[in-house]
Design a protein around this ligand. Structure first.
Ligand SMILES: [Zn+2]
Ligand SMILES: [Zn+2]
Ligand SMILES: [Zn+2]
Length: 535
């Protein structure tokens, strides 16, 4: 692809290229070339997403106690979900005129501070799952985030259609899984990573169609393998029994060291046509994307998106049938929108937050089923069409037009958000950039009666009775680490979204990979990796 232009990122000061296809897309969206590089743009969107830092507080409407993404000391009005969605209050009461003397983001921040906010981002389709955020259709789940159609999941993130899993991330169509990530159609597995169609396995990395194996990497279609070597049924049972008696977090460290002697593939991609990026399945023409699924087409710089999405640049966590969108966070079934956070069923809408069923709206928060609104104020079609170009001209002058909301006006502290997961900052670094920070983020994570102390951070933590039951069922000891340390440990195993240029460690071909050059893994290009598989 032809590089048209090279820019210096205003945030990280690194140079970044603007390609021919970027220019075409910006033209279609009628937006200027962005001032920040793709990573800084993604960091900004993730910085608006607190997904799993929960607090106990009161609903500012009813005074009822609630679990919320907002701590009590936040300067926002926070409502319980059922009240937020009801007609007991009207977001249009907070409408205001656009002030051409002030930067737009300053005005929008004032609007955010006055319009009540959704306490939990949980819709009415979850059952017995109070501690679930961004979830749809879940049942009996606890501390589970951004997951859909799951049952009996405890401590899970980005899971779908799975049942009976504990401490898992990105597991789809799985059952009885423990401490696993990025698995598909697996059953009864413990500490398995990037596996598909595996059963009764422990400590496996990048294996497919394997049964009753322990401690293997790059294995295909095998049964009774231990550390990549053929074993007997009896040996499998003996090794498994001994392993389950130990501290599995410690065993994981050993396994991670052992597996370094085998190559890893540069990018996880399946069924893709003309794509670059990490964890991409069934996609076409998607470039520099991370975690794209289910028929995404013509997308660039997107993260955790797809679902028949088309023509999207810089979209983060986008669901089902979105088209022609730019710099969006948390979107469902919308078209021709840009610079919004939490947007469902909208079209031709810009710079909005927590909105649904809007057409031709600008700079609104918390409203739904409206047309031609600006800063929560109703206009006629003619008034709207006259005012909008003036606002765009004003924002062009203030250098705001074409940029997502700055992180300084995010309702959350940097370390409460997913930005801290993908782009880790130290407290001083975050504060220096003008981001917010909180020192003690864990208020109440569990509800059970027994209490333990974490071997890593020595903070007390609890194990719920539901968790205990699960541990007993699969025969493992209770974890020695607290929820936070478990999550941090797993996070280190998951490949992040930044891509690096490297050479294949076998054939020296130029490759792109999310393994940073300083990491210890042997990284192969796809053909070399295919040759190295144990078939
Ligand atoms: Zn940058
Ligand atoms: Zn800990
Ligand atoms: Zn190679």
């Amino acid at each position: 692809m032809k590089i048209e232009n090279e820019k210096q990122c205003v945030s990280c000061k690194k140079k970044f290229p603007i390609y021919e296809d970027d220019i075409i897309f910006y033209g279609k969206m009628k937006v200027p070339i962005p001032q920040s590089c793709p990573d800084c743009r993604s960091q900004r969107r993730w910085g608006f997403r607190n997904q799993d830092t929960l607090y106990k507080r009161k609903c500012d409407f009813s005074g009822e106690p609630m679990i919320s993404l907002y701590s009590e000391d936040k300067p926002y009005k926070v409502y319980k979900e059922d009240i937020w969605w009801s007609d007991k209050w009207d977001p249009m009461d907070y409408g205001r005129d656009y002030d051409f003397e002030k930067p737009f983001f300053e005005q929008f921040n004032e609007l955010l501070l006055s319009v009540p906010r959704r306490g939990m981002h949980q819709d009415g389709t979850n059952e017995n799952s109070e501690y679930v955020t961004f979830g749809v259709g879940n049942k009996n789940c606890y501390m589970m985030f951004a997951s859909f159609y799951c049952e009996d999941i405890l401590f899970g993130t980005w899971c779908g259609m799975s049942k009976d899993c504990v401490d898992c991330r990105s597991c789809f169509n799985c059952e009885i899984m423990y401490e696993s990530y990025s698995c598909e159609k697996c059953y009864n597995c413990i500490h398995c990573y990037t596996c598909e169609n595996c059963q009764d396995c422990l400590f496996m990395d990048d294996c497919r169609n394997c049964k009753r194996c322990i401690g293997c990497k790059n294995l295909r279609n095998k049964e009774f393998y231990i550390y990549n070597k053929k074993a007997t049924k009896e040996e499998y049972e003996e090794v498994k029994e001994k392993l389950l008696e130990r501290d599995l977090a410690e065993e994981e460290k050993k396994f991670n060291k052992w597996k370094l002697q085998f190559p890893s593939v540069n990018l996880e991609m399946q069924n893709c046509e003309n794509c670059t990026g990490e964890y991409i399945n069934n996609a076409k023409n998607c470039k520099v994307c991370y975690n794209m699924v289910m028929g995404a087409e013509d997308c660039k710089y997107c993260q955790i998106a797809g679902w028949q999405g088309k023509d999207m640049w810089d979209c983060t966590t986008t669901g089902k049938e979105c088209e022609l969108m730019y710099e969006m966070h948390a979107t469902l079934t919308s078209q021709n929108c840009a610079f919004c956070s939490f947007c469902r069923f909208c079209s031709d809408t810009y710079y909005c937050d927590c909105i649904s069923n809007l057409k031709n709206c600008f700079g609104c928060s918390g409203i739904s089923h409206k047309k031609y609104c600006i800063l929560n104020k109703q206009y006629t079609k003619e008034e709207y069409e006259e005012l909008l170009p003036k606002i765009i001209a004003h924002m062009t002058e203030t250098k705001e037009w074409g940029e997502f909301f700055p992180l300084e006006i995010s309702p959350f502290a940097y370390n409460e958000t997913q930005a801290q997961y993908y782009f880790q900052l130290k407290k001083e670094e975050a504060l220096e950039k003008g981001f917010k920070w909180i020192d003690d983020q864990i208020v109440d994570k569990t509800t059970a009666n027994n209490s333990c102390r974490c071997i890593d951070c020595s903070k007390p933590y609890k194990i719920t009775s539901q968790e205990e039951k699960f541990h007993k069922k699969i025969g493992v000891n209770s974890p020695t680490q607290c929820f936070e340390c478990r999550r941090k440990r797993r996070a280190k195993l998951v490949k992040l979204q930044t891509l690096y240029d490297r050479k294949c460690d076998k054939c020296n071909a130029d490759i792109q990979t999310s393994f940073a050059p300083e990491r210890p893994e042997i990284v192969y290009c796809k053909p070399c990796y295919q040759d190295a598989l144990i078939n």
